[in-house]
Write a protein that binds this ligand. Structure first.
Ligand code: CUA
Length: 315
């Protein structure tokens, strides 16, 4: 019961759709369930009828006909109808020229996200995906290390992210809202903690957000004003992380240029905030076992909080 009720917030539900692809899957599931229930009721009714029938009530000839029609012909017809209904729904839709492209790479255990709007400079972020409502978006999906699987239940079906190849998914969101995506291929110890927020926005708001993401970090958190910025550099955080505009340009871990504006950190594992960031910096594996970020147990709590405050201001 508790597991079933956990789906009730509808942020990660196949039954609370905000995309055309997911709506088609939702409808298909409903039709298939109705068909399956019809078959189950028919079989149960026949079994009850057979168990209650007087011995010898069925002549051999009558019984053969019954088996042929009720046991063979009817199920075949019903299953053919369901198959006929499902094939067009499952067929990959013709890839319409997309309005924009989003490249997502699955890594242990986070998401590298790159926006490639037509005629604009690409923008790299992480662990949060925003899509404009009513626009066709082409997702290009890759795996960096092992196989991951990209799934936003409310938007579309799953698609594997396989190292060495690029899979594509064309989607269109039809209503704004806050949703959740999740890795759905076991990829290591923290597979279950590899999630992301999905924000479907009106196109105008999306364009403004994308423009703000394109800005370097210095616009919102001048490095000179933050003792945390100097500590970020001194502890070598920039060896793995990028904060655009500050000379910190590591490419191994998530881009942190606007990390303060995200709702969560560590790919959905913790709510964003100073306490959570400071804790995660010092002991990342306590939150995410198997994480590739090294621990910083030697870092003082004060330093960790200073860096966390700096990162929180990177909006
Ligand atoms: Cu990535 Cu499971």
């Amino acid at each position: 019961m508790a597991l079933a009720l956990s789906g009730c917030n509808r942020r990660q539900s196949t039954f609370a759709t905000f995309g055309e692809e997911a709506a088609a899957i939702d409808h298909l599931a409903l039709v298939m369930t109705i068909g399956a229930v019809a078959v189950a009721i028919g079989v149960a009714a026949l079994m009850i009828w057979a168990m209650r029938a007087r011995p010898g009530a069925l002549s051999l000839r009558g019984g053969e006909r019954l088996i042929l029609i009720a046991g063979g012909l009817l199920p075949v017809l019903l299953l053919l109808v369901l198959l006929g209904y499902s094939l067009p729904v499952m067929r990959p839709r013709a890839v319409a020229p997309a309005d924009m492209r989003i490249d997502v790479t699955g890594e242990q255990f986070w998401w590298r996200v790159g926006y490639a709007p037509p005629g604009g400079n690409p923008v790299t972020t992480a662990n949060e995906i925003r899509v404009p409502v009513g626009r066709t978006v082409l997702f290009r999906l890759r795996g960096a290390d092992v196989i991951h699987s990209f799934w936003i239940p409310g938007l579309a079906g799953k698609m594997d992210m396989i190292p060495g190849r690029t899979n594509e998914l064309v989607v269109r969101a039809v209503r704004p809202g806050l949703f959740r995506g999740q890795c759905t291929e076991f990829c290591g110890l923290s597979h279950a903690l590899m999630a992301f927020d999905v924000v479907a926005m009106e196109p105008d708001a999306f364009e403004r957000w994308l423009a703000s993401q394109r800005q370097p970090a210095a616009a919102t958190a001048p490095a000179t004003a933050h003792v945390g910025a100097a500590l970020f550099s001194r502890y070598g955080c920039g060896g793995c992380h990028t904060v655009r505009g500050t000379g910190q340009d590591g490419a191994i871990g998530p881009d942190l240029t606007h990390v303060g504006g995200r709702r969560t950190i560590a790919a959905g594992a913790l709510p964003n905030g100073e306490e959570a960031i400071a804790h995660f910096i010092r002991y990342p594996a306590r939150t995410k076992p198997g994480v590739r970020m090294p621990a910083f147990p030697h870092m003082s709590e004060a330093d960790a909080h200073a860096i966390a405050r700096y990162l929180g201001d990177l909006r």
